[in-house]
Write a protein that binds this ligand. Structure first.
Ligand code: SF4
Length: 106
């Protein structure tokens, strides 16, 4: 079965990273993507700019991915490893965009 996924990464980090680890991980189905039988990468987006803990922008991005058919969103390592408020983002995305979340994209 093909899983429709989306990736949300750190907007600030996108200044110097174009998905150099997460996109190969999707293509090779390694790391957090190895569990999927087959993958369709529906969207690769940023958080929309640092909300400093306010989740409106990242929830809107998650909703847009959901509207395009995404079944599960992977939150980029660049957010997971560097943003202390990431758990509140994940909680809000799950509640407001009603989307499954995986922490990490490589
Ligand atoms: S998750 Fe890793 S590879 Fe992907 S955009 Fe963030 S820093 Fe770059």
């Amino acid at each position: 079965m093909v899983k429709k996924i989306g990736i949300i990464r750190c907007n600030a980090r996108s200044e110097n990273c174009a998905g150099f680890h997460c996109l190969p991980a999707v293509c090779k189905k390694i790391g957090p993507f190895q569990e999927y039988e087959a993958i369709e990468l529906v969207g690769f987006d940023t958080c929309g700019g640092c909300g400093q803990g306010k989740s409106e922008k990242i929830v809107a991005k998650a909703q847009r991915l959901k509207d395009k058919g995404v079944e599960v969103i992977h939150i980029g390592n660049c957010i997971i490893n560097s943003r202390p408020f990431v758990e509140s983002y994940i909680k809000d995305i799950k509640e407001k965009a009603n989307t499954d979340i995986v922490r990490g994209a490589h």
